[in-house]
Design a protein around this ligand. Structure first.
Ligand SMILES: NC(=O)c1ccc[n+]([C@@H]2O[C@H](COP(=O)([O-])OP(=O)(O)OC[C@H]3O[C@@H](n4cnc5c(N)ncnc54)[C@H](OP(=O)(O)O)[C@@H]3O)[C@@H](O)[C@H]2O)c1
Length: 268
């Protein structure tokens, strides 16, 4: 992509995005800049990725075509206000902050500024994020395409409307925590039955990873895969019966709904 991109904030997400951009960029690293809060962190990021890093957001973002805001949500208003004097009407602003709406952004930036909300998840840090993307009405097709290219560099993307972003947060944004709890619970059962913690975590983690890959590659409905694995009179069907008795699916659905409801509450 022949664009100058600035990443504001180099924490978990900012760093993951820089990593993705650097490893997918065919262009000069001079086209990527970043800014962070401390000199030490600026130096660390500069050394790690070979890009220019500033502790001044205006310097980092000046002359950028695209500015990615990767700071905590409570800092967004302050950072946007800071960069307004140095952006042009064509600069694409991308925010990955949960709960910061297009309406809030337009109040600060004006309705004519191209603005995109993106909701990645923590797997961005290994290039396996699932990112929901929403554009405002001032975005061109090129802006949308640029955002897709950026977030495809850290995983996969799905375009949605803003009202559906809450569901994205529930299903892929905040739900990694449920997968970690699942793996942890499975590992506990292994340990209770004599496996070491290390063995048990390895088994459960690889199983979840393998199932996700298999589901994706087999292009088969998960219900069918579930049925296929249930040998008559075998162990899997016993696990299914017990899980259903304990409201396994409903428990997951309730937890995700709670996340979706919280996301809606935070956006008010
Ligand atoms: N983590 C996730 O899984 C995840 C998933 C989806 C969306 N998000 C969103 O991504 C955003 C960033 O989250 P994160 O987990 O990456 O947070 P983080 O690790 O705390 O990173 C924020 C970074 O911004 C820096 N910073 C603080 N004030 C700044 C300023 N005024 N100007 C420039 N940089 C500044 C921080 O530096 P210091 O550490 O020195 O303060 C830190 O490097 C949040 O809005 C969050 O909602 C996160």
């Amino acid at each position: 992509m022949d664009k100058k991109i600035a990443v504001i904030g180099t924490g978990n997400m900012g760093k993951a995005i820089i990593q993705g951009l650097v490893s997918h960029s065919n262009d000069s690293l001079n086209s990527i800049t970043a800014s962070t809060r401390t000199d030490q962190e600026a130096q660390n990021i500069q050394e790690e990725f070979g890009i220019n890093v500033f502790t001044n957001n205006q310097l980092a973002a000046k002359n950028s075509d695209i500015i990615i805001l990767a700071v905590k949500p409570y800092l967004l208003e302050e950072v946007i206000t800071e960069i307004i004097p140095i952006i042009s009407q064509h600069t694409l602003i991308i925010s990955i902050a949960a709960g910061f709406t297009i309406g809030q952004a337009e109040e600060l930036l004006g309705g004519n500024q191209p603005f995109i909300r993106a909701m990645p998840n923590l797997a961005a840090q290994v290039g396996e994020s699932m990112t929901g993307i929403v554009e405002n009405s001032s975005c061109s097709d090129t802006d949308i395409n640029d955002a897709i290219i950026i977030f495809n560099a850290i995983g996969r993307t799905e375009m949605v409307t803003e009202d559906l972003l809450h569901a994205v947060i529930g299903v892929s944004g905040s739900s990694p925590t449920l997968v970690f709890m699942l793996i942890q619970a499975m590992a506990d059962s292994g340990v209770a039955n004599g496996l070491t913690r290390e063995q048990s975590l390895k088994l459960a983690t690889q199983m979840v990873k393998g199932c996700a890959t298999y589901l994706e590659q087999s292009d088969t409905h998960p219900e069918k895969l579930k049925d296929n694995v249930c040998t008559p009179g075998g162990t899997s069907i016993q696990m299914v019966l017990e899980a259903e008795k304990q409201n396994y699916r409903h428990t997951i659905q309730s937890a995700i709904q709670a996340g979706i409801d919280k996301s809606k509450e935070l956006s008010k």
